[in-house]
Ligand binder design. Structure first.
Ligand SMILES: Nc1ncnc2c1ncn2[C@@H]1O[C@H](COP(=O)(O)OP(=O)(O)O)[C@@H](O)[C@H]1O
Ligand SMILES: [Mg+2]
Length: 281
């Protein structure tokens, strides 16, 4: 357990947070995670859900590109004591709240016990005020990406029909299963050429996962390759706002409804932020 004396268990008698946490991840980069995170978040926010979007990918040209959000401050500034959590939350369309640089949460594991408790208390208040937390993770199976997924209630793995994207998606699923992730893992196929392409991509991934990892994958849906999305990205607007009547915007609405409907048989206990820090140790 390392040398940390911090008790990350939920104190007796405290209320369970009601928000659910969805991590959006992939093996390979450039498969559409950020666009999916941003547009799903907006669809959920427009159906009166209180949504918090955590940008946990520090690479440039991430959420800033899709949402036109630029932040000078992130979780690291909170950990360093320069900013308060309220100061780094940005408000997007539909009242969506966004925190950039959430990958910096891994540093919480290294600060002193007192500070850690103080920050986790603030983050727990934030979670209490939220119905769903979406995390846009970085690509790949690095420790911090896996930690965010393991702490989530539900993991959405994004792949395209491209064989390397599928192989890398399987690599991520394998790590989660090996680490005994307990929540549902669902797959969204992005940039499908047609319905058959999308379905067969999911099916092949589900078949190998069942055969070699004895695990069922949920099907979250598919998104076609759509020029509207590229045009929207160039205009730095999420496609559901730029082209609300496009086919891909309807597909995002359907995806949001579907993802909201996949129940976690055993929702994770306690504050999500405590769980993340627990996995980082
Ligand atoms: N459904 C789609 N149709 C067309 N282009 C897409 C689609 N999804 C993603 N893209 C393209 O792929 C690029 C990368 O997407 P992004 O969401 O940034 O991926 P990731 O976060 O996984 O790296 C986008 O800027 C866009 O040009
Ligand atoms: Mg991204």
């Amino acid at each position: 357990m390392g040398h940390y004396a911090v008790n990350l268990e939920q104190p007796a008698g405290s209320r369970q947070p009601s928000s659910r946490v969805l991590a959006i991840t992939s093996g390979k980069g450039g498969v559409g995670k950020t666009n999916i995170a941003a547009n799903l978040a907006l669809c959920l926010a427009s159906s009166r859900k209180r949504v918090l979007l955590l940008d946990a990918d520090i690479s440039l040209g991430n959420l800033d590109l899709v949402m036109n959000i630029r932040s000078r401050y992130n979780i690291s500034h909170v950990i360093d004591g320069q900013k308060r959590i309220e100061d780094i939350i940005q408000t997007g369309p539909e009242g969506l709240r966004i925190i950039c640089g959430a990958s910096g949460l891994d540093r919480l594991a290294d600060i002193d016990e007192h500070e850690q408790h103080r920050l986790l208390r603030h983050l727990a208040v934030l979670q209490d005020d939220t119905d769903i937390i979406l995390i846009d993770t970085a690509a790949g199976i690095s420790g911090s990406v896996v930690s965010f997924c393991l702490a989530a209630d539900h993991v959405l793995v994004v792949t395209t029909p491209d064989p390397t994207a599928m192989t890398d998606a399987y690599g991520m699923i394998k790590v989660l299963v090996r680490k005994q992730y307990e929540g549902p893992i669902s797959v969204v196929v992005n940039m499908a050429r047609d319905t058959a392409d999308g379905k067969s991509t999911y099916q092949r991934l589900a078949d190998v996962t069942k055969r070699f990892l004895q695990t069922d994958l949920y099907y979250a849906g598919m998104l076609f390759k759509d020029e509207h999305l590229c045009t929207a990205v160039r205009a730095r607007k999420p496609v559901v706002l730029a082209y609300p009547r496009s086919q891909i915007s309807s597909a995002f609405a359907a995806l949001a409804a579907r993802v909201g409907g996949i129940e976690c048989s055993k929702p994770a206990q306690g504050s999500f932020f405590r769980r993340v820090v627990g996995w980082f140790r």
